[in-house]
Design a protein around this ligand. Structure first.
Ligand code: FES
Length: 118
């Protein structure tokens, strides 16, 4: 049995301090790990730096009209909301929680705690 704990890592003082590319995406570092960010319809999404298929750099791709991240290498599409591979190749893009507060912009990493292994 386990519970999910989220550890928050600050990536910027505010959304205005993050420079997004013309494609609405950029790469940031949280706890030494590269993460892709995307701005779509006034919402912020965080997901893996590399595509789960063959490591395309997701932030070099684009966001389609339905809010999916499109990988630049083979154009597989992933939902920004939940990482679902909507073009059906069976991959899964890791997504991260995001929160914006007066203290800054944060990305959340899951940490699984397994009590039965203590
Ligand atoms: S590396 Fe992303 S679709 Fe192939």
């Amino acid at each position: 049995m386990g519970i999910k704990k989220i550890t928050w890592h600050k990536i910027a003082e505010s959304l205005g301090n993050i420079s997004f590319g013309a494609n609405g995406m950029c790469v940031v570092e949280a706890d030494g790990k590269k993460i892709s960010l995307a701005k779509y319809q006034n919402e912020l999404f965080a997901f893996a730096y590399k595509c789960p298929h063959a490591s395309g750099i997701m932030a070099n791709g684009c966001i389609d009209a339905l809010g999916n991240a499109v990988c630049p290498l083979h154009r597989y599409k992933f939902s920004l909301k939940n990482g679902r591979n909507i073009t059906g190749e069976g991959y899964f893009l890791k997504t991260y929680a995001v929160k914006i507060t007066e203290q800054g912009v944060f990305i959340g990493f899951d940490e699984n705690c397994f009590f039965n292994s203590l």
